[in-house]
Design a binder for this molecule. Structure first.
Ligand code: CA
Length: 715
């Protein structure tokens, strides 16, 4: 009987691991920024009025249901007028699995017993459902409003994703004097009856930094915990709720904005009905002044946590973004994350034993994961190890560029784990086997091809047909293909493919947009007083100077056109000077906020460049901070500005959020796997050169460089 039970429970646990994490379908919990809520819109006419900031709904930081804010609707109804306030749902990359929803819920607080608005739901085609009335008589208290989704007998809504916004508007032609209501926690909830939380909240640790405190608690096992609420006190007796956290993260970053001050904390759990458990026992800590050196370590450790604590559980490697898919491992980001884990080990964020155990998980996973001619796909499903075509059906096979980023990390790790013991030997041996299985030469597509190709699909072959042509982030792909001990390509491909100068290369580069500068690979123009040897346009997004050079030390890469440390440094300086000049007058740009690169944005993910047609007003912290080896002073100024002045919205559990846009009063609510690790690794390369040194010790890399140098002399 016991044995049977055991088998049964194993089966259950496997099934629950394989299921992708389901998010609550949410319209509003908190605004990332104070002032106005970016994902909203207001309008009024005919004498009616709705309070608006920049055409958007104001954010209330004094009245809220969940800390730290809510939306304020202050309106005046006129007999012939109308007003409307729309709250759009913010779509986040990879947050595409949802709890089964049974009813719409939001919380409302009104100041006066005056007429309430009605609300409607917006479908994907912008049409609105029938009007719903709010039957609340109380005022000066928070009340929950719910409607069963089954009661929405409207065509076009069959699942949560069919609702893109909630719209409040004037109910009747009755005039009313100014009324204020507050709205918070608009979401679709799974069951009307919220289940009770039995788990007891316990604070595990508190740590004070210059202007923030990190609070951790035990990993939550109770499925009924909807959110975690964090309460802070300055005197140990009066506590105020300061923030909430999702149930899958057991840490909260409280940016208090004051240095050298003592704070007390207690936490509690909420169920989906927002009923609080008892508070945890209190604990206290002080914020403290920090040196520049400590500040660098703080940024490294926080970003490192993305890969350590925030990893995909089966592979031990990086997710695409957090929050996002929980079961999906991202190959390139994992290569960067591997380097961040090495930095974290060397700096003592984790012990060597912990690190070795993680790397054993990583190499065991990679050994069994699906490959195509030894090359991994862009995304891999953690529970099964199979390719995950997250970017579309054609991208269901090999991704050579992502694999080269992974290999960069693995080859640095092979040198780092040099210990004379079984586990470290296993790590080295499995990395060698992974490295030697990758068929770089297959990705020429045909035997005498000048180019490497980015993708290959097992059922659609070369359907994407994307040639790798520089200048961009793919230099390391050619360098590794040339250096490969088992499946190398000729060193001549560096010049025939990557630095191609015939019509194919010229056309490819000219298609990037609005300039022919650098279309022959070499550039030669001067921008902002800086001569650029190599680079399309005036250098492109800054990640071009990071991804290939996190481990491959650019000091040692000199072709017949330039040295790539110097060239990268010039690209970083051009980017800096463009942002200081700020031709489009974006808010916040300057010597303390610069670095255009690929990141999340208020409207979409985009790769920004220091030219007006590729500059949309957002700054990603990784731009300046990952440029530390090239521009240490300018990078440090940006880092301090981001933390000391913008930390309230920009600093979080995994370091800096992905990007911000002050012109639009927007800040990203995600961290990206491709953007956090470059900060850890490039700060370390600036401080000690650790990852560069490790990687360059690989004999195959030295051999590949020799081949490239020979080729450059022949040219
Ligand atoms: Ca709130």
């Amino acid at each position: 009987m016991r044995a049977k039970l055991l088998v049964f429970s194993l089966f259950i646990s496997f099934a629950s691991i394989a299921q992708e994490y389901e998010y609550t379908y949410t319209f509003f919990t908190n605004s990332a920024m104070s002032g106005d809520y970016f994902f909203s819109k207001t309008k009024s006419s005919g004498g009616s009025a709705i309070k608006s900031v920049n055409g958007k709904i104001p954010v209330s930081v004094t009245k809220f249901h969940t800390p730290g804010n809510a939306l304020e609707l202050t309106y005046k109804n006129a007999a012939e007028g109308k007003w409307q306030a729309t709250i759009f749902r913010q779509e986040k990359r990879g947050m595409d699995h949802f709890k089964k929803a049974e009813f719409l819920s939001f919380w409302i607080y009104r100041l006066y017993p005056l007429e309430l608005p009605v609300f409607q739901l917006m479908r994907k085609d912008s049409s609105l459902t029938k009007k719903f009335y709010i039957n609340i008589t109380e005022y000066n208290q928070w009340k929950q409003v719910t409607i069963p989704l089954a009661s929405i007998k409207n065509p076009g809504i069959s699942e949560p994703g069919d609702i893109i916004a909630i719209v409040f508007s004037q109910m009747s032609k009755n005039e009313c004097r100014e009324n204020s209501i507050y709205i918070d926690d608009i979401e679709l909830l799974p069951a009307k009856k919220a289940a009770k939380v039995t788990e007891v909240p316990v604070i595990q640790s508190l740590k004070g930094y210059a202007k923030h405190v990190d609070i951790t608690w035990n990993k939550i096992t109770d499925k009924n915990v909807h959110l975690i609420e964090i309460n802070r006190s300055e005197n140990g007796s009066e506590y105020h709720p300061v923030g909430i956290q999702q149930n899958f993260i057991n840490r909260f970053t409280d940016y208090t904005a004051e240095t050298g001050k003592k704070y007390y904390y207690m936490i509690s759990f909420l169920n989906s009905g927002y009923k609080l458990t008892n508070l945890s026992l209190p604990d206290s800590v002080s914020t403290k002044p920090m040196t520049d050196d400590e500040l660098l370590t703080m940024v490294q450790e926080a970003s490192f946590r993305y890969y350590w604590e925030g990893c995909e559980l089966n592979s031990g490697m990086a997710k695409e973004n957090i929050p996002g898919r929980h079961n999906m491992m991202a190959t390139g980001a994992s290569g960067f994350g591997i380097m961040a884990l090495i930095v974290g080990t060397e700096r003592g964020f984790i012990t060597r034993e912990e690190s070795v155990a993680r790397f054993v998980t990583i190499v065991n996973f990679l050994e069994k994961a699906e490959t195509f001619h030894g090359v991994y796909s862009h995304f891999i499903d953690g529970p099964t190890g199979k390719a995950e075509p997250f970017f579309g059906k054609r991208d269901n096979g090999a991704d050579l560029v992502e694999t080269s980023f992974l290999m960069q990390g693995l080859l640095a790790a092979r040198q780092y784990f040099s210990g004379d013991n079984a586990n470290e030997k296993l790590i080295r041996d499995k990395i060698t086997s992974i490295w030697e299985k990758a068929e770089w030469d297959w990705f020429r597509q045909y035997p005498d091809s000048k180019f490497l190709y980015w993708h290959w699909s097992p059922d659609q072959g070369w359907v994407i047909n994307h040639r790798l042509i520089g200048w961009n982030e793919t230099m390391v792909t050619y360098l590794l293909a040339i250096a490969s001990p088992a499946h190398p390509v000729p060193a001549s491909m560096y010049y025939s493919g990557w630095a191609n100068q015939d019509s194919t290369g010229i056309k490819y580069r000219s298609n990037w947009g609005q300039t022919t500068d650098g279309s022959r690979y070499t550039n030669g123009n001067t921008y902002f007083g800086i001569k650029l040897d190599v680079g399309v346009s005036n250098g492109g997004p800054l990640f071009f100077t990071h991804y290939s050079y996190m481990a491959f030390d650019p000091h040692f890469i000199t072709d017949k056109y330039t040295n790539y440390f110097t060239n990268n440094q010039n690209i970083a300086k051009i980017n800096y000077r463009y942002c200081v000049q700020n031709p489009k007058n974006f808010k916040g740009y300057g010597e303390n906020a610069w670095g255009l690169t690929a990141s999340d944005g208020p409207f979409d993910y985009s790769a920004d460049e220091p030219v007006p047609w590729q500059d949309c007003g957002k700054i990603a912290p990784t731009g300046a901070i990952s440029s530390f080896p090239y521009t240490p002073e300018e990078s440090m100024k940006a880092l301090k500005n981001y933390y000391y002045n913008y930390g309230k919205f920009l600093w979080g559990e995994y370091g800096f959020k992905d990007a911000f846009d002050l012109t639009n009063n927007w800040c990203s609510e995600i961290y990206m796997g491709l953007n956090q690790a470059p900060m850890v690794v490039m700060i370390e390369n600036y401080r000690t050169g650790l990852i560069w040194k490790l990687f360059m010790q690989n004999p195959e890399i030295q051999n590949g460089l020799k081949k490239l140098n020979g080729e450059s002399k022949n040219k």
